[in-house]
Design a protein around this ligand. Sequence first.
Ligand code: MG
Length: 450
Amino acid sequence: MPKLFGTFGVRGISNLELTPKLALQLGSALGTHLKNRGRVAIGYDNRTSSEMLEQALTAGLVGGGCDVISVGLVPTPVLSFAIKHFRCDAGVMITASHNPPDFNGIKFWDSSGAGFQRAEERKIERIISKLAWRRVPWGRVGGTHQVDALTPYMRAVLATVSKIGRELKVVVDCANAAGSVATPSLLTRIGCKVVSLNCQLDGAFPGRLAEPSPENLKELAQTVMASGANLGIAHDGDADRTIIVSETGEVLTGDRVFALVALHHLRGRKRPKIVTTVATSSVLDDVAEKLGGEVVRTRVGEPEIIEYFRKGRGDIGGEENGGVIFFDWLPCRDGILTAAKLVEMLAGSGMKISELDATLPRYYQSKQKVGCPDELKPKVLKALEKRFVGYRLDRTDGLRVVTDDGWLLLRPSGTEPIFRCFAEARDAKRAEELAKLGMRELRACIRKLS
Ligand code: MG
């Protein structure tokens, strides 16, 4: 059976790999998967192929007897919100998030507003591989309803964050993508003076690439400094993630964005629980300590964090890429609420963002990788465990070696024939040393087992 779904739904080059035919089949399969037909919310980003794919998906769904609630061009968290707000049985978001503009993607969501788990995606793949979709008789073909999800979403966000008491100048960089329809106007309504950068919708993403990495945020950093702004905010293509730039032009990593938001959002809660992955910085442990709470580390990936929240408990979830999940809000990363919370925190503190950041310990990281054939990965992992006997080991995902002054994560990639080596410590030299140790042991194991 062909595997259609990757880490973030079905992704591919628009109209070449991700065709209207495939979108139609995915719509038909989802309609079949939802046994009693039902209502399905569809949203899409502003990529050039998104409306085309929406129409094909819609045809598949209504042909299977579902009603389509079309929410139009929205960021991903707004689609998640719309599923619950309009009491839908499922949702579909058409976006390729941070990928280049020639890509697009289709991701399915359940009735709670969370992304499909792998098991549900397997069911969809099975229906498509067997061409086993249901078509309803002519009299039961579903209908399509255009709705406005953005207005109720904005109203709901405004009800959870307070209007700020001092003037803040904020530069917002949406990569000419979906966040442009929400974040600039939301922050203005909270009381910010917003300078918008790359906030005109353009599916070619001419301003910058949609991944908010430091090398793509140079213009934002320059604009923040040149305009004397208090803060710079950048989203990825579908605005489920946020990265920030301080008033001095420094790009804060996703770990630190998550840490600051957690500190603000959880203040005053009794023993709050922060859910993150084994790849996220120890700065979250420091935040948990400040709050009298705890950190739970899951396997890598947003679905793993959501799954933990469903089974256990948790107050906030997040990853090192700047995606934050507010569990009492939506079971979905929300870059827009993250931006609003950061502004609220900054305004309330009376401090500069660099000063807020300086209240957290600084960590240094080193990320490396080495080629490793897929079939060797389990054996390499076993051999690594023996080489690190005597250390504190965490086997949640790959091997996490915890030392007194840092940690090392050795983890096989789920998508490429490589092994990743990720080290963190309180100083740069030690992080490099740990990474060197990890790479040396990794190479030795791979050589021995090849
Ligand atoms: Mg995204």
